[in-house]
Design a protein around this ligand. Structure first.
Ligand code: FES
Length: 570
């Protein structure tokens, strides 16, 4: 912990056994960067900076950084950026989730170790915002989130395109043979045409909305497009606010509370947000000692309407959401169910923030609560003999006709098995079967990739089948859609019931009853368990992989690491 009364570079001195010497040496080295003594006497604002050649979504961060610094300097602070791990979703193997906790550790330790009085968290791509909020909560310094904002849409043959719901739609057409090699190559160049995060209500946009709903961001800034001048004004305002945080006592634990987490869950449901956000919000809340119960999620889901008409569940893109009023419009529509006394990073309460809002909203994009898109929330948790600790279905992105029923399991025992057999013309599969993927959970070697969106087998896709019930312990991209049951917990690799599903078993789904059950007798299950023997998730011999395997928690605990959770006596 920093000493709150000591500010700027004199804070947290390097330990040489002589404090005066340590400050003299630090200032001498800082002066080598060309700063004047006047600047070095100012309070310091750290800027967790995640620009990377492996992160297209953060391509515009140099310009945003300039604007943050401008704000800090104008408000009387000294801005000092520092690099941390950056996670570009599509550049990481096996999957970005494996590295979210690494980034959170890096962020936490660099905030704590370096002399900053407050910190701006510059993130955007899927895992970066949760990692930064987790790290900042654990570090305990005043912090404010700034996101990169969404990409603009592109055009293809007169149609608007946005990563990455349209990526999947066209890929499905390519697999079905209705789009050829030439056209898929054209589309590849037109899906992501500007800097910024995915253009739909995917995980990055969802996490940006959640950060704003939690109160960790300047109001009205979650949805500003990456290339819009308002994005730079938001960056400048964030720099000013970061200076205002110094000495205010508004550390992240004062903002992220049980009540603000519940507000964030309401917003997640109302925007029809990504399933991944359940895992991330659980992990963020966990760092503040707050647990999220999936039963409570269901209660909130039953009393929160879906309001936002955005892909992947609706028709529009993030640039339309911004123009329609953004998160403020959603918050105002569900105001009666929110905790308005929650403190936000600016020092206002949520209620004060909403009272100051100009109130304009385009109801074609953000529906009114009295005339919602869906009367109930976008996500629902399922429980049963197949998922004793829960599973998640994004019902707003699923086919309602498949919500109640029973199907024959067609099982793939790994990602490799699925890749090998899914398009086999001899695969024994019918449209009303349930596709089951095993060994893709957090304890597996693949570290819970976004593979839950199991492709429709080619032999069925070519006949026009677009959706089937699909089940796994994997995650799904926030930009995907379909009747896809995810995060089945406990997962296969830790010996959950999913491990014992066999081809031909019957599985019953009832969204109405929030139930997912494996219809196999207890005797038969016991026999299968005995034959399988004890489950030992793989542990690599060294390095971060070893740490991950030893410390990872299940989806029900946000896939955080055991040793990063706050100690009960803290
Ligand atoms: Fe970065 Fe989608 S790849 S937000």
């Amino acid at each position: 912990m920093s000493d709150e009364t000591v500010r700027g570079l004199a804070n947290g001195l390097t330990n040489y056994g002589d404090k005066d010497f340590a400050l003299y040496l630090r200032k001498s080295f800082a002066r080598s960067m060309g700063y004047s003594n006047e600047m070095l006497a100012r309070p310091t604002v750290g800027i967790a900076y995640t620009q990377s050649g492996f992160n297209n979504c953060h391509r515009h961060f140099p310009e945003m950084l300039d604007a943050v610094k401008r704000g800090v300097i104008a408000a009387g602070g000294l801005p000092l950026e520092f690099p941390t791990v950056s996670l570009g979703e599509v550049f990481l193997n096996p999957t970005s989730l494996r590295f979210r906790n690494l980034m959170s550790m890096d962020t936490e330790e660099m905030i704590r170790a370096q002399p900053m009085d407050s910190v701006v968290l510059m993130g955007g791509c899927d895992k970066t915002v949760p990692a930064q909020l987790m790290g900042a909560l654990s570090a305990g310094r005043p912090a404010i989130q700034l996101v990169g904002g969404p990409m603009m849409t592109g055009r293809h043959k007169g149609e608007r395109l946005g990563a990455c719901t349209d990526c999947r739609r066209f890929w499905a057409q390519y697999r079905a043979g209705t789009v050829d090699d030439h056209e898929i190559n054209q589309i590849e160049g037109r899906l992501s045409t500007t800097s910024g995060t995915c253009a739909v209500m995917g995980t990055a946009s969802t996490m940006a909305c959640i950060a704003e709903a939690l109160g960790m961001m300047i109001p009205g800034t979650a949805a500003i497009p990456a290339v819009h001048a308002d994005r730079l004004r938001a960056a400048e305002a964030t720099g000013i606010a970061a200076v205002g945080l110094i000495g205010s006592g508004r550390t992240p634990d004062k903002i992220i509370t049980e009540k603000s987490v519940e507000n964030a869950l309401r917003v997640l449901l109302a925007i029809g947000g990504s399933t991944n956000a359940i895992i991330h919000l659980t992990a963020i809340a966990g760092r503040a000692g707050i647990s999220i119960s999936l039963d409570r999620l269901n209660e909130l889901s039953d009393t929160t309407p879906v309001l936002v008409n955005l892909k992947p569940t609706g028709a529009n893109y993030m640039e339309d959401f911004f123009a329609a009023g953004g998160v403020g419009a959603v918050l105002r529509e569900i105001k009666d169910s929110l905790h308005l006394d929650c403190l936000t990073i600016t020092g206002e309460t949520l209620g004060e923030r909403l009272a100051a809002d100009d109130g304009w909203v385009d109801h074609d994009v953000v529906a009114s609560a009295s005339n919602p898109i869906e009367p109930v929330g976008g996500l629902v948790a399922l429980f049963g003999s197949l998922a004793p600790k829960g599973a998640i279905l994004k019902r707003s992105a699923a086919d309602e006709k498949l919500f109640e029923g029973e199907g024959r399991a067609v099982v793939f025992d790994s990602l490799e098995d699925m890749a090998k057999r899914i398009d086999d013309p001899n695969l024994d599969v019918n449209p009303d079967d349930y596709l089951v993927l095993q060994n893709a959970g957090p304890f597996s070697a693949s570290c819970m990739p976004e593979a839950g969106y199991i492709p429709i087998p080619k032999k069925l896709a070519s006949k026009g089948i677009k959706d089937m019930v699909r089940l796994s312990d994997a995650r799904m991209s926030g930009t995907a859609f379909g009747t896809v049951i995810l995060h089945i917990t406990p997962d296969t690799a830790s010996g959950g019931p999913l491990a014992f599903v066999r081809n031909g078993d019957r599985i019953r789904l009832s969204v109405k009853n929030r139930a997912i059950d494996l219809l196999v007798s207890p005797e038969e299950l016991a026999k299968r368990k005995a034959a399988a023997g004890p489950f030992k998730p793989p542990v690599p011999e060294r390095g971060y992989g070893k740490l991950y395997a030893q410390e990872i928690l299940g989806a029900d605990e946000g896939c955080d690491f055991k040793f990063l959770k706050p100690s009960k006596d803290a």
